[in-house]
Design a protein. Structure first.
Lengths: 379, 481
């Protein structure tokens, strides 16, 4: 196991270094973000899910290599191709590591959305299609990428796939791909009517999914949907076209990927304070981020649609959190509880320090500034 | 350097055949390992020699009885590489002890090279006939004794049908053009005013033979039932060899003869009133739909794989039908990739020791017990389907779609192929009870899978050099050499 981890880490660092050296300066930050996401998956894999098999590591590294290729490509076609390949490998990893299921129903596998994604990309090349339709296909592909796990939500045992490295990998791929696309290749029509309506449509989709999640009994399934929504939220933040939202989306992406890997799958032992803190803080980080970003989202903007979209996001997350009312603390099915190790300690430190810092990084200066002005105004 | 150098790889293979035959005659009980080694050495040596033949100036040989331009060179290398892959995989084959099989398969490779490199239709027909008979013989050695005779007779009949059509074609060529030499035929078409009906008949016969040898559905190949009960390596491998030769027939007998480079553009223009490019497109479009569809409908694993490995060849044929330099380059490269796909598929499926009559039932939940081999098969099939990030995933589709609305059919092909791969993948990892009696795969085998997979994925990710090499190989089509 140790050998596998070492090989994977070295390969990850080496490929990042090569990509960093080859990348033009404008693309270098994307390599770093990729390393943060994928390195985080490897680093915070507290259950050692990933290095359990060589095949997992090979496909994981291939996926990373494809994402690196995608963010270094010069043309949109080549970018989509690499992105589609990365999603295909992600779905392959999902299938090979997911809990066994009956196998009936092609729509209940994650491979189907990965293939639909590919077809939507390929459909853009059909001759004499208007650019609006082409962009529509791209949007459809991105939404599919965000909701890959929605397809398998009804299959047996899928709840136990929540919080797995496959989920984290899916968020990392979808997040990086959509952010990069929004930043580099997005066409001008994306900001014009009717595509500017996406600022409302995307949160509306998320609100519908959040409503749907209320009816799911198992909280782990709701967690899966929450992360799907989060992927879409990242895309929306980047799509709104404002710089601070874009950076917030990058932060949300990294935090989302890390915390999925940090989250304790078993019920925390109240006797062990560290476990309890880790459990709470890992839930706290996405929460903190979420509300930070919502504050970003609600912050003053000239665009009415973005403002209404922000409100819809707030509503959808509220619906999601309201589902916790039916949360029942019950003994999770555990076979072997892993020992507390350095990874968990690191995770705890990162979540506690990171959450507080990151949550406050935007809010606190604003509040201080407001207070300062108020005080100054009084004087 | 003389034109005899062209025959060096064939001579090496012939020596290999003779050595194996000598083993067979002198010592009937020679250890199969010795035969295997001789076979591999002969093929490897021929491969290296073929590789070194790139130094020959192509213009010197294209007018003679043999051709060695870029395309021929590439196809010959593909044949030799696939033969090597088949033979390497046969090391663990329980039938590989049969020396006759080894001699016959080496003979198939020998005739394959002649079929590709011959500049005369008649010689190519004879070579393909040799391939058919030897391939049927090799496949028959791996079946039950009582079936052998039936299969050999069926092979002889198929060969005869091919021979009849081939001889008819040769006679027509000689009577209409006074030659069966391909570059001469092209010159006559360019120069003279010919009566169109005989030329039309020649074109029809060529396209029929090409489709027959390639195995484009609904023809289903000329190996017929013989493939159904033999080893995995031979049944898939020989299908691949025939597919390469079939593609070569379309390129060499069809495109090279009945088209010429248009002035000022990098495109081929038809020389006859019947546009052969359009007809090839219709044939390939039929194949694009039927190949994955028949693979999906076939419950037998072997049957479905035999259809599906033709998919990249049909995609290549579709690209060839556009007659544009860049796309032709991509199509030729696709044939090279197909060889690796077939190699990976053979090695992984052979490791699982599936019976020839295995159905999808045996496939179910296989990924839970033997993930490496199962994933290798899935990835080989994904590559054959042309899914991203494997070679041809976007390149062909996007380029072709720009040129014609027929590109939608390629999209449909990918949808059907995607469904096929998706279904296999789902079944491989579903929650059924897996057969625990599956053989364990050794570390060496795993590394062998990994090596082939890495080559395959690199070909997909770093496609530009391959694309350029493919385009380089067809320079002669555009009069650049």
């Amino acid at each position: 196991m140790r050998l596998r981890i070492i090989v994977a880490s070295v390969s990850l660092i080496l490929s990042s270094a090569i990509a960093f050296l080859l990348a033009p300066s404008s693309r270098a930050p994307w390599v770093i973000i990729g390393l943060l996401c994928f390195g985080g998956i490897l680093l915070f894999d507290i259950y050692n899910q990933l290095p359990r098999r060589w095949m997992n590591l090979v496909i994981f590294l291939l996926t990373y290599a494809l994402i690196l290729c995608a963010v270094l490509e010069n043309t949109a076609e080549a970018f989509w191709r690499d992105f589609a390949g990365a999603l295909f490998f992600t779905s392959l990893l999902f299938e090979q590591n997911s809990k066994p299921w009956s196998g009936f129903g092609p729509l209940r596998t994650t491979v189907t959305p990965a293939l639909i994604f590919l077809m939507l990309i390929l459909a853009q090349s059909v001759p004499s299609l208007p650019p609006e339709l082409n962009y529509g296909f791209s949007l459809g592909a991105i939404i599919i990428a965000a909701y890959i796990e929605l397809f398998c939500i009804f299959r047996e045992n899928t709840a136990f796939n929540a919080g797995s490295f496959m989920s984290a990998l899916r968020i990392a791929c979808a997040g990086l791909g959509t952010l990069f696309y929004s930043s580099v290749f997005i066409p001008e029509i994306a900001r014009q009517h009717p595509f500017n309506l996406m600022n409302i449509v995307l949160p509306a989709i998320a609100a519908i999914v959040a409503l749907f999640s209320i009816f799911l009994k198992h909280w782990r399934r709701r967690q899966i949907l929450f992360y799907c929504n989060w992927s879409l939220f990242i895309f929306w933040a980047a799509l709104s076209g404002e710089t601070f939202r874009f950076y917030a989306a990058i932060g949300a992406l990294v935090a989302g990927v890390w915390t999925i890997m940090m989250t304790d799958h078993e019920s925390a032992n109240p006797q062990n304070q560290r476990e309890l803190y880790l459990k709470l803080s890992t839930w706290g980080v996405p929460g903190s981020f979420l509300f930070t970003i919502i504050i970003f989202a609600l912050s003053p903007t000239t665009d009415d649609l973005v403002r209404q979209g922000s409100a819809l996001w707030l509503l959808s997350f509220f619906i999601y959190w309201s589902g916790l009312r039916s949360f029942v603390f019950q003994k999770e099915r555990t076979t072997s509880k892993p020992e507390w190790d350095w990874r968990r300690s690191l995770a705890l430190v990162v979540t506690l320090v990171g959450a507080s810092l990151l949550a406050g990084i935007r809010v606190l200066p604003g509040i201080f500034s407001e207070i300062w002005n108020q005080v100054g105004g009084v004087r | 350097m003389s034109s005899y150098h062209l025959l060096l790889p064939q001579c090496t293979i012939l020596i290999g055949v003779l050595v194996l035959a000598l083993f067979e005659i002198v010592d009937k009980k020679f250890h199969h390992r010795q035969g295997w080694i001789v076979h591999v050495i002969a093929l490897s040596l021929a491969f290296v020699q073929q590789l070194l033949l790139y130094r020959l100036p192509a213009s010197l040989f294209v007018t003679g009885g043999m051709i060695l331009d870029g395309t021929t060179q590439l196809f010959s290398l593909c044949v030799l590489l696939l033969s090597i892959l088949i033979q390497i995989n046969r090391q663990t084959e329980k039938y590989s002890s049969q020396s006759q099989t080894s001699i016959l398969t080496l003979g198939v490779t020998f005739f394959c090279l002649f079929a590709i490199q011959s500049n005369r239709v008649l010689f190519s027909v004879i070579s393909v006939l040799g391939m058919i008979w030897l391939a049927h013989g090799a496949l028959a050695t791996e079946t039950k004794l009582k079936e052998e005779t039936n299969l050999i007779y069926s092979g002889i009949i198929r060969g005869l049908i091919f021979l009849v059509v081939g001889v008819l074609l040769s006679i027509l060529c000689i009577s209409v053009f006074g030659e069966s030499q391909m570059d001469e035929i092209q010159r006559v078409i360019v120069r003279g005013r010919l009566r169109q009906p005989p030329v039309f008949a020649i074109e029809v016969l060529i396209l029929f033979l090409g489709a027959l040898v390639l195995g484009v559905p609904p023809f289903g190949g000329i190996l017929g039932r013989a493939r159904n009960h033999s080893s995995w390596s031979l049944s898939l491998g020989l299908t691949g060899l025939f597919a390469i030769v079939g593609t070569n027939i379309f390129v060499r007998w069809g495109l090279l003869v009945f088209t010429r480079p248009a002035i000022g553009v990098l495109e081929l223009e038809p020389l006859t009133t019947w546009n052969i490019l359009n007809v090839i497109r219709v044939i390939s479009v039929t194949g694009l739909v039927l190949t994955p569809l028949l693979a999906i409908l076939n419950k037998n694993i072997r049957g479905s794989f035999l259809f599906f490995i033709l998919n990249p060849f049909v995609q290549a044929l579709f690209a060839l039908s556009f007659g544009q330099r860049e796309i032709l380059g991509g199509a030729i490269a696709q044939v090279v990739v197909s060889v690796i796909i077939i190699g990976l598929l053979i090695s992984s499926i052979q490791a699982l020791e599936f019976s020839p009559t295995a159905t999808l039932k045996e496939w179910m939940a296989l990924g839970r017990t033997d993930m490496v081999a199962c994933l290798s098969i899935i990835l080989a099939l994904s590559s054959a389907a042309g899914l991203a990030p494997f070679y041809g995933s976007f390149l062909l589709q996007k380029t072709l779609s720009i040129n014609s609305s027929f590109g939608v059919v390629l999209l449909l092909n990918m949808v059907l192929s995607g469904f096929y791969v998706g279904r296999l993948l789902t079944l491989a990892f579903h929650g059924g009870t897996a057969d625990s009696s599956q053989p364990t795969i050794s570390r060496t085998q795993k590394m062998w899978f990994a090596a082939q997979f890495i080559i395959l994925i690199f070909m997909g990710i770093f496609w530009q050099p391959l694309y350029k090499y493919g385009a380089y190989s067809i320079r002669q089509f555009f009069g650049e050499v």
